[in-house]
Design a protein around this ligand. Structure first.
Ligand SMILES: Nc1ncnc2c1ncn2[C@@H]1O[C@H](COP(=O)(O)OP(=O)(O)OP(=O)(O)O)[C@@H](O)[C@H]1O
Ligand SMILES: [Mg+2]
Length: 217
């Protein structure tokens, strides 16, 4: 369960103060698949990073399963994030010099046979069993995003945050990636928080939260 209360976040640009989150509150239940929607610049990424403990709000709180994450020290918050959250980005963010299996292993805290087996199984699951030793530039965009999904799930987090995960893919590939993500989330009872500005895609989730004027409408 994610509870955000009265989030405020503003940026000072050229002496002008832009308030992006303006007393925003929301509740997301465990296992829910929620899309954050809204026009470009509405604050979707800012909100996602704030919920994930990456962007402290100037006011307000984020409570995840009873833990007030901004009451934790930065080091404790990073540990909490590494343990409970997985991240997927629009541009995959894979390390170019690492193979698929090495990239997918990045978030697992422990190396060794068990971790390798788990990551291999995940890569097989996302359809890349025969691409384990490929470098990102030897993979298609859809395949790179599958590696990123395996990486996000490798440490078995309870929450997956994804910022426009299908934004760089054609609609067929995007739909496949989304189906895969939903399937894996359902199996593990994971919460999915995804950003999109595609309303067609957003309808596929359990709930759409539209951000406008700094609040959820
Ligand atoms: N680090 C920053 N410094 C200054 N302004 C910022 C910063 N990050 C975001 N902003 C501003 O905050 C607003 C919201 O940005 P955000 O990236 O959250 O929007 P978004 O809804 O994710 O947009 P998009 O759909 O284009 O990705 C924008 O007006 C942006 O210019
Ligand atoms: Mg964004």
């Amino acid at each position: 369960m994610i509870i955000a209360e009265n989030l405020h976040r503003s940026y000072a640009i050229a002496k002008k103060n832009i308030e992006v989150l303006h007393g925003l509150s929301l509740h997301i239940k465990k296992g829910e698949k929620v899309f954050l929607c809204g026009p470009s610049g509405a604050g979707k990424t800012t909100l996602m990073y704030t919920l994930a403990g990456l962007e402290p709000p100037q006011e307000g709180s984020v409570i995840i399963d009873g833990t007030d994450i901004y009451a934790l020290s930065m080091a404790k918050r990073a540990l909490y994030r590494n343990k409970t959250m997985g991240f997927i980005f629009q541009n995959y963010m894979l390390m170019p010099e690492l193979t698929a299996i090495e990239n997918a292993s990045l978030a697992t805290a422990v190396a060794g046979r068990e971790a390798t087996e788990r990551v291999t199984a995940l890569l097989e699951r996302v359809g890349l069993g025969d691409r384990l030793n490929h470098l990102p530039n030897e993979l298609s965009g859809g395949e790179q995003q599958r590696v990123a999904i395996a990486r996000a799930l490798a440490h078995n987090p309870s929450i997956i945050f994804a910022d426009e995960p299908t934004g760089n893919l054609d609609s067929r590939n995007g739909r496949q990636i989304l189906d895969l993500l939903f399937e894996l989330a359902d199996e593990g009872g994971k919460t999915l928080v995804m950003v999109t500005h595609d309303h067609e895609i957003a309808r596929l989730g359990d709930r759409v939260l539209t951000i406008r004027d700094g609040v959820v409408q």
